[in-house]
Design a protein around this ligand. Structure first.
Ligand code: ZN
Length: 70
């Protein structure tokens, strides 16, 4: 088994982790249908638009709080 010849310094280790283990922001684009901010390759959360068609049916607040169904 290959064994490292020398111990990596704290600076070397921290420099590697600062780049390799960093958190990144998701890619944000604009919805073609409504203009809202959307994560790329995901359906729009406000209108359900994805790839030039409606991919999700977004429920309105009234539908959740209908008294007849509760
Ligand atoms: Zn949209």
């Amino acid at each position: 088994m290959a064994v490292p010849k020398q111990k990596k310094s704290k600076a070397k280790k921290r420099s590697r982790r600062a780049n390799h283990d960093r958190m990144t922001l998701p890619n944000i684009t604009v919805c073609d249908n409504c203009g809202a901010d959307v994560q790329s390759h995901r359906a729009c959360g406000s209108c359900g638009w994805y790839k030039d068609r409606v991919a999700l049916v977004i429920a309105q607040d009234d539908e959740f709080l209908d008294d007849d169904e509760i």
